[in-house]
Design a protein around this ligand. Structure first.
Ligand code: GDP
Ligand code: MN
Length: 379
């Protein structure tokens, strides 16, 4: 799970990493209230889970209320690489002397943690890696031994951070490492880590990815979860434990297996349609799962037809057919359903459905036929 910057900073704070005082705002009025509280000048920052907000016009300095109003108004609703800004983080502006880069992530091939530190921060690290790879000091960290202050001190020297910043930076790195390990992150990145004009080191940005496999020991992550997806359909699917990704088209898709689900999207496209979603119901295509899947797809107002594409392997098609009928009793579906059922017990499955077929429940013998039918019903 990726965190927004303001959540990442909240997380950093728990581990004693200094960040600027600030607050979130969902409207221009709220932005003004936060700015009044923290004091001017402030930075108005778009909260989207994508990097390069600065370049995209999503980070602006404001010296007074008029500038906050202007920038907050411009940034709210802004589209940054496909992410629409719904929330702002307003913080007390820092006077920057230097921008550094620091991160911890997994080095999978080496089975260690990897620390990256650079005196060339502020720009994307990928850029530094290409143009000036020597400017990144890499540190391989044995997860059993961890990172101690002495090692961090050698590391900041190796990375050529300014002398005045080194001791503070070393301490922050140890804390960031603790955040990364005890906080169960896949990535903990500060870019930029700054040296202020009055020689203080602190985190100006936060990029945190939490390791979902560890969520069982972090009940406090719940507070981050509500905002995780902005798409209400995905939210609904998540609540029902479905593997769903919302798309923009008109043909709702239900398939078993990620591969078949992707092929189904391709075939729908191939015959001139557009998929409304990706949805893999996996192996357990029983009535509960089918009802949940139909419910989520039915809630999407763009959907005009539903294509259920099942290839029975371990999943038996007769079970799927029963599941569909049972689900239809529970959910009132507003779009016609086209089924393609093949594989284990397909004949039995089709026989179960036969008496129930109608203009809104249709079977087709092949995936291509079913795609054509679903697309023609949608168009
Ligand atoms: P990103 O572009 O999404 O990585 O957003 P950042 O939070 O890293 O901000 C981008 C850039 O805006 C930083 O590298 C800084 O140069 C600048 N910036 C951010 N906060 C401040 C601030 O408090 N004061 C000043 N002067 N510049 C800032
Ligand atoms: Mn940044």
């Amino acid at each position: 799970m990726d965190l927004f910057e303001y959540q990442g900073k909240q997380y950093f704070s728990k581990f004693g990493i200094a960040v600027s005082p600030g607050g979130v705002a969902d409207t221009v009025e709220e932005a003004l209230a936060v700015a009044e509280r923290v004091g001017y000048p402030v930075v108005v920052k778009a909260q989207v889970k994508v990097g390069g907000r600065g370049k995209a016009g999503g980070v602006k300095l404001a010296d007074n209320a008029d500038e906050v109003r202007l920038h907050a108004g411009n940034i709210l609703g802004l589209d940054i690489k496909g992410h629409v800004v719904r929330r702002l983080w307003i913080e007390l502006s820092s006077d920057i002397q230097k921008e550094y880069y620091a991160s911890f992530t997994l080095d999978r091939p080496n089975k260690t943690h990897l620390g990256m530190l650079s005196a060339e921060g502020g720009v994307e690290i990928e850029e530094v890696a290409v143009n000036n790879p020597d400017a990144i000091a890499m540190l391989s960290i044995d997860p059993v031994r961890g990172l101690d202050l002495a090692t961090a001190r050698r590391w900041v020297a190796e990375a050529n951070l300014d002398d005045i910043a080194r001791e503070q930076a070393a301490e922050i790195l140890v804390k960031l490492y603790t955040c990364y390990t005890e906080g169960d992150c896949d990535l903990a990145e500060i870019n930029p880590l700054i040296l202020t004009m009055d020689n203080k080191v602190h985190a100006l940005d936060a990029k945190v990815t939490l390791d979902e496999n560890a969520s069982y020991r972090h009940p406090e992550w719940e507070e981050f979860r509500w905002s995780e997806t902005e798409d209400p359909r995905e939210q609904m699917a998540k609540e029902r434990g479905l593997n769903y990704i919302g798309l923009d088209g008109t043909v709702g898709i239900i398939a078993n297996g990620a591969g078949l689900a992707m092929s189904t999207l391709d075939v729908v496209n191939q015959v001139g349609g557009t998929a409304a979603n990706f949805l893999d119901i996996g192996g357990g295509a029983n009535a509960d799962v089918m009802a949940a899947a139909l419910e989520v797809i039915n809630a999407d107002p763009k959907v005009k037809s539903i294509f259920v594409n099942i290839f029975g392997g371990i999943t038996r098609v007769d079970e799927v057919a029963k599941g569909v009928l049972e689900a239809l009793k529970r959910v009132d579906i507003s779009s016609p359903i086209v089924l393609r059922l093949d594989g284990t017990n397909a004949v039995e499955g089709r026989a179960i459905l036969a008496p129930h077929l109608s203009a809104s429940l249709i079977t087709e013998p092949t995936m291509l036929d079913a795609a054509r039918r679903a697309v023609s019903l949608a168009n």
